[in-house]
Design a protein around this ligand. Structure first.
Ligand SMILES: [Zn+2]
Length: 245
């Protein structure tokens, strides 16, 4: 079946894998530290190169033709997603856009395999590329239609060009990693030191730090709509928590 676009939308898994590996090899050659596991740095120029290679190898150069520029950045503050496509409200001729990649996500990944977008990949670098591919599909869809989401039109590109079968990222979130390392999850009973005493309570949120609800008559929070008990809320570094079995 021929593609209505100036690039193939029926790539076989083998072709996709081969092209992705070639791009990764070229990126690591240009920026050897990007090849380390865990990844500790990625150069700005490497991110721009990643866009140029993908545009040339998978997309027939359409991003370079249709956008004035697409800047690729790495952000340590992007925690809610592994990547984000930032586009103008409306499609104009030659718009500027940005693909923001989470360096937090990249630097935290250690041992594969990683499952994302319906694919399983062995290394953090490949996982990063697969996230980038997802954002590229948003850029392609926006360039042609002036809007982008996760519809079947989006999946036509994501699947046809990059072999993605899903658009949900099953990423190792900070909470999942903490649970794996410490056995502590939301709902766990924990104790922690606080101003010379040891307090105990229940974890109600897990991120870079934990929120622990400690029962107290002075508290002004309830849990699970149970109004028989009040709680005080504490923000505690995960490293200070001890799990109470
Ligand atoms: Zn998306």
């Amino acid at each position: 079946m021929s593609s209505p676009f100036p690039f193939s939308t029926s790539n076989s898994p083998a072709v996709i894998q081969h092209k992705r590996s070639q791009i990764l090899e070229a990126l690591i050659k240009a920026d050897p530290r990007f090849g380390a596991i865990p990844v500790r740095s990625v150069k700005y120029s490497t991110l721009q190169l990643m866009l140029q290679y993908y545009d040339a190898v998978f997309l027939g150069g359409i991003l370079g033709q249709r956008y004035h520029s697409i800047k690729v950045t790495a952000s340590s503050r992007l925690l809610s997603a592994a990547g984000k496509f930032i586009h103008p409200k409306m499609l104009t001729a030659y718009p500027d856009a940005e693909i923001r990649m989470s360096s937090d996500f990249l630097f935290r990944m250690k041992e594969g395999p990683f499952e994302l977008n319906g694919l399983t990949v062995p290394t953090p670098q490949e996982a990063f590329l697969v996230v980038f591919e997802h954002e590229l599909c948003h850029a392609v869809e926006f360039a042609y239609y002036g809007a982008t989401g996760h519809s079947s039109r989006f999946m036509y590109f994501a699947h046809g060009v990059f072999g993605h079968t899903k658009h949900t990222h099953e990423l190792p979130t900070i909470a999942a990693e903490t649970t794996q390392k410490t056995g502590i999850s939301v709902g766990s009973h924990v104790s922690f030191p606080y101003e010379g005493q040891t307090l105990s309570g229940i974890v109600s949120y897990l991120g870079k730090s934990a929120r622990v609800m400690v029962a107290s008559p002075r508290g002004n929070y309830y849990m699970n709509n149970d109004h028989s008990k009040t709680y005080l809320k504490y923000q505690v570094p995960v490293s200070l928590l001890t799990r109470i079995p």
